[in-house]
Design a protein around this ligand. Structure first.
Ligand SMILES: CC(=O)N[C@H]1[C@@H](O[C@@H]2[C@H](O)[C@H](O)[C@@H](O)[C@H](O)[C@H]2O)O[C@H](CO)[C@@H](O)[C@@H]1O
Ligand SMILES: [Zn+2]
Length: 292
């Protein structure tokens, strides 16, 4: 049975930052990897000075440009089936929580959940993912579009299950506290330490106790592909970004390894002190819906 995995992300760049190594890992294995991006990221900052006038408050062209960045990023990750939720431009980047962009008539945060979920069910009916990956209920760090992406992915999975093609497993992106702590400690002596003010990893809006993590995907063979994908998102991720500090100073063990909690499904065999799965498809029942 062809392996099919679906990633649901809020903005162009989230796919590379949060799951780039996992996507490259499964694309390289020949799985059908589908990415659904919910908005074009129209409200983002612009870290490329010559493009500054594309911003929402001026030319309002950033969304189209970020779509081109996303397409370049995906070429670095392998063969990815990319879809925009409801078609490009249907749902607009809502901006950070509490900002005026939340009220935009097309903001994703204000979307009708049933309508947005129906768009995702259509894609799920076509690609029949055994595994779905999205964010936890807080959207990993509380951004409204990330929270809404979680809600749409979970609701669509419910609707798909009612129609007989729901995913066998649903994962949420996670950062184990031990990894977070090691990363902060490892950066402590670097000159451009972005976490210098952090005294306790509990200060971060994310972080999962190691015993609550279910899977650790070692995509370190795809570390360079992930970095290339991050570089494609130049308007969002400046050369000075802490992401490159991690990639440069600590390489694969941070950037190439991605972790998940299991929100739905039966956990497969795992390794290490907490039995972390090393494959998101592990333990799948044979009866998972086959790809069409
Ligand atoms: C990774 C991610 O979800 N980025 C979002 C986020 O970007 C933040 C935003 O621009 C904020 O103003 C900055 O201070 C912060 O550093 C950024 O990470 O929100 C944007 C607006 O909704 C979104 O376009 C971007 O993809
Ligand atoms: Zn995002």
């Amino acid at each position: 049975m062809a392996r099919s995995i679906l990633f649901v992300h809020a903005h162009p760049d989230d796919e590379s930052i949060g799951t780039g190594a996992t996507m490259a890992h499964y694309a390289a294995q020949g799985a059908h990897v589908t990415l659904v991006t919910c908005t074009l990221g129209e409200e983002g900052e612009i870290h490329v000075p010559e493009l500054a006038q594309l911003e929402a408050a001026q030319g309002d062209q950033l969304g189209g440009y970020r779509l081109s960045e996303l397409r370049t990023a995906l070429t670095a990750l392998g063969e990815i089936d990319h879809r925009m939720l409801g078609g490009a431009g249907r749902y607009r980047d809502s901006g950070m929580m509490g900002t005026p962009a939340n009220e935009h008539p097309r903001s994703f945060w204000g979307a009708d959940l049933e309508e947005a979920s129906a768009h995702l069910v259509e894609i799920m009916d076509e690609v029949r993912p055994q595994v779905v990956v999205t964010y936890d209920a807080n959207g990993f760090y509380g951004h409204p579009d990330h929270i809404q992406a979680h809600r749409v992915a979970m609701r669509a999975s419910e609707l798909a299950a009612e129609r007989g093609f729901g995913p066998s497993k649903i994962y949420w992106t996670a950062m184990p506290l031990s990894v977070l702590k090691a990363g902060v400690e490892a950066l402590a002596d670097s000159t451009d330490n972005p976490f210098a003010a952090v005294t306790d990893v509990a200060d971060f809006p994310f972080g999962t106790p190691d015993e609550e993590v279910a899977a650790c995907i070692d995509g370190s063979d795809h570390h360079d592909a992930k970095v290339a994908a991050l570089k494609a998102h130049a308007t969002q991720i400046p050369e000075t970004s802490w992401l490159y500090s991690i990639a440069g100073n600590f390489g694969q063990e941070f950037m190439g390894v991605e972790h998940y909690t299991l929100a739905h499904g039966v956990r497969g065999r795992g390794d290490g002190p907490y039995g972390w799965e090393t494959d998101l498809f592990s333990g799948l029942p044979d009866g998972s819906p086959a790809a069409r």
